[in-house]
Design a protein around this ligand. Sequence first.
Ligand code: ADP
Length: 449
Amino acid sequence: MPIKRILIANRGEIALRIHRAAHEMGIETVAVHSTADAEAMHVRLADHAVCIGPPAASDSYLNIANIISAAEVSHADAIHPGYGFLSENARFAEIVEAHGIAWIGPKPEHIRTMGDKVEAKRSAGALGLPLVPGSNGAVSDIGEAHEVAARIGYPVIIKAASGGGGRGMKVCESADQLETLMRQAGSEAKAAFGDDTVYIEKYLGNPRHIEFQIFGDGRGNAIHLGERDCSLQRRHQKVLEEAPSPVLSSEERDRMGTICAKAMADMGYRGAGTIEFLWEAGEFYFIEMNTRLQVEHPVTEMITGVDLVREQIRIAEGEDLSCAQEDITFRGHAIECRINAEDAWTFAPSPGQVTYYHAAGGMHVRVDSGLYAGYRIPPYYDSMIAKLIVYGRNRDRCIMRLRRALEEMVVEGVKTNLPLHQALIQQEDVLAGEYTIKWLEDWLGRREA
Ligand code: ADP
């Protein structure tokens, strides 16, 4: 069924991103916002706007009752959750569907399965994805923990089944630490996520983070749109992403992409998803699947020409995938810099009023942002204020253009991490594409010393 009016249950650049795709399809949009976001760009541009509560996310962007009421009063016939907030909340997806509103996202049961890391790993294994060696499901007793760790070899990582956002993980170097760390991991997981279930896997020493973008129609057809390399991370938060990965051959991309697409087809997966792997010594190891659009999706759009949000909306309308695997071609190279309102070197958040703003432009430069001069960045939410995405016919051209675009970008009134990105793309290892998930923190440590 064609969608006429989408309620966007999110804020910031992603709300704007969804609004843009909707308007290009002739679909109206409803912005929902907290009182702190009344002046936000997504609220200004949307066709309708509904205030859903006070600044705290738990009272507004996570407030299911208020969002559903907003959809009813504004006669929205679909909800797009963006990323974060309620995007991976299976119960929210069920409630939306129970109200006869189209959910622009995966089937609730798939969101639920992939949200539980033990279940996710079990399904991924059953679907033929390569796993990090580890326990077969949850580990509750210390004897079993010792057996698993001895079998896979130290170091191991103890992970919370309900963990997320880089939290709820403990690295264990040797058998004498195992009992203490297992106990700590369990009680911390209980406190943070209300669930003390933990599992064990081999700790990979120096991997890259490589993820595949997939799309399913929910009826047994699925495609992949290649990979993104998101190894440049600080505290498990991605800082800069690129596509394609500097280390994958096109044969490897085809091989792994095909495995991912087949797994999603077999599962009957619907909509956009990302399968995340650690990659070390030429081998892939599944870590998790995100059942939503990712922050870094534009780099995939730049090299494939596919509008991923448009595709999500089409699938929610019950349409077929707009292209078959053989229609997908990868051209050139794209890099995304996440621009945050924070001190570039201490990472202390820097909310406040933007006094001057100039976005980079020119050929193959894309800025996804709700910033404008005079905008007051609220202190209540994520510090990401813009994404700068640059394309080039090859990686060298892309980097030269990124350097130029970073010179042009001006944000005054608050601190930003633009200087971090400017320094980052001068580094030999980054220029050579030789970095792992440890690289950025090691480099920051060396800079400080
Ligand atoms: P979250 O859901 O919290 O993001 P993930 O399972 O995706 O958790 O892991 C987040 C990050 O933790 C990975 O990108 C990687 O940096 C690190 N990590 C996770 N599992 C392992 C492992 N087995 N070995 C080494 N590092 C790991």
